[in-house]
Write a protein that binds this ligand. Structure first.
Ligand SMILES: [Zn+2]
Length: 91
């Protein structure tokens, strides 16, 4: 039996199968994007597909991004939250 890849949510640390988590990627350009394919290059972080983890983590990301070369704007954070929340409502 093939072992299924598992990851933990960066917000609540719950371990789930990779395919059950949402992947957010920090691209080499410093953008933070939702990666529905799970295959984009860059540093990935995983989140539970629930509103709490998404909103909690994006709040944190807004703070953390101030230390990045390219801080996230409020619009970027909102757009990211919308695509993440949109993806969980579709399923
Ligand atoms: Zn979580």
């Amino acid at each position: 039996m093939k072992k299924k890849p598992q990851r933990s949510c960066v917000s609540c640390r719950t371990v789930r199968e990779k395919k059950d988590l949402l992947r957010v990627v920090v691209t080499p350009e410093g953008d933070v994007v939702y990666d529905p394919s799970g295959k984009m290059a860059g540093r990935g972080a995983y989140l539970c597909p629930n509103e709490e983890c998404i909103t909690q983590e994006l709040k944190k990301a807004a703070k953390l991004s101030k230390g990045l070369k390219k801080p996230l704007t409020e619009e970027e954070i909102k757009a990211l939250a919308q695509s993440l929340l949109g993806s969980i409502k579709e399923s």
